[in-house]
Design a protein around this ligand. Structure first.
Ligand code: SAH
Length: 342
């Protein structure tokens, strides 16, 4: 099997070309073809036939196939299920906002974090995505939808920090000036809180937004719904968030899915407010998306209102995420799950 050229940076392709006795500027040409979505060396028309043959021998190229595409009648949100080279499938969602189009990408096939309310983790982790596969989620969502992507959120299937090296390389690729050139400030990475990776992430000094899926401000509640909390704990998580903020100057966002009777009481709101203030975090409330296999229900509008008021009175910056794609299973992991069952 050939090398995965889609996961390579231009300077790496260049090094390969030099050792193959090819001219170095050819690497830039190939990278540009790849960045335009060309996935067959034969289509690289400014590359000589002998070099195209060499490329075919040395590298592999695959174009993800659309297994399913659903377009929301409510808001135009598009949900793709892509087939990868080994037959596995992942979801990608394109959402349109006033400020531009955002793509939500998966970082793994399945997930091993086991959050009790999430559909992505039900079958466990199958494998990590390669950098080029994540890049293709962005590229082919843009090409197929005809919507220019300006923002990326790593909030699809999988835990990005559990696929650290590939995710870091994907960020370099998608941010590359000769590639899609999407600015780091337009990228959000969401984690269930793998704190052992926070320092390394901070050291990279990326300008991206770190979102932390908090979902509960105390160990008793959080460990129940998020196994990743066990052995780490909320206190450690909050300390690591604070250090991250101090080191990078980038405000963290706490994701908080409101679950009826589980994490939506006054007690939870007050403790959440305390953590958010300590870390200078922004709080993003999400009404829970009900997942068929899970027993949890979203909080009532009254409970949400009371919860928001406590946070606002405490001076916390809080927003409620608008629900998009409600009619297309856009709560991540649900579509892949449906295909697995049928
Ligand atoms: N593994 C990463 C990113 C993927 S999930 C993480 O945990 O952050 C993206 C977000 O959706 C997370 O905040 C996750 O907790 C949340 N989520 C998962 N299932 C949900 C559901 N049924 N309703 C609402 N939010 C959900």
């Amino acid at each position: 099997m050939g090398k995965d050229i889609l996961s390579m940076l231009p300077q790496e392709i260049e090094r390969d070309f030099i050792s193959m006795g090819e001219q170095k500027f050819r690497a830039g040409q190939v990278f540009q073809w790849l960045s335009r979505g060309v996935r067959d060396f034969e289509d690289m028309t400014n590359i000589s036939k002998p070099l195209r043959e060499k490329l075919k021998e040395n590298y592999e190229l695959y174009r993800p196939k659309v297994l399913s595409k659903q377009v929301s009648k409510l808001d135009g949100t598009i949900k793709y299920l892509w087939e990868l080279k080994d037959g596995n499938a992942v979801e990608t969602v394109v959402m349109s906002y006033k400020h531009g189009n955002t793509v939500c990408i998966s970082t793994q096939v399945g997930c091993r974090q086991g959050c009790a309310f999430c559909a992505s983790t039900i079958g466990g982790l199958v494998r990590c995505l390669e950098p080029g596969e994540m890049l293709d989620e962005v590229m082919f969502s843009q090409i197929d939808s005809g919507k220019e992507i300006s923002n990326i959120v790593l909030m699809g299937i999988g835990e990005p920090l559990d696929n650290f090296d590939n995710v870091m390389r994907f960020l370099q690729l998608v941010n590359h000036p000769k590639g899609m050139n999407i600015g780091m400030r337009h990228i959000s990475l969401s984690t269930c809180g793998l704190t052992e990776r926070f320092e390394e992430l901070a050291e990279r000094d990326l300008q991206l937004t770190l979102s932390v899926s908090l979902h509960a401000p105390d160990d008793e509640t959080r460990s129940k719904i998020m196994p990743a909390n066990r052995g780490r704990g909320v206190e450690q998580l909050i300390e690591c968030c604070r250090k991250y903020y101090e080191k990078t100057g980038r405000r963290i966002s706490f994701e908080y899915a409101m679950i009826d009777g589980v994490n939506d009481t006054e007690y939870h709101a007050k403790l959440l407010a305390k953590h958010a203030r300590y870390v200078s975090a922004h709080v993003n409330l999400i009404p829970l998306n009900h997942v068929e296999e899970r027993q949890f229900q979203p909080s009532t509008p009254e409970h949400m209102k009371a919860f928001i008021k406590i946070l606002e009175d405490a001076g916390v910056n809080v927003t409620v995420r608008r629900k998009l794609g409600g009619d297309v299973d856009a709560s991540c992991g649900q579509l892949r799950r449906k295909m697995q069952k049928s």
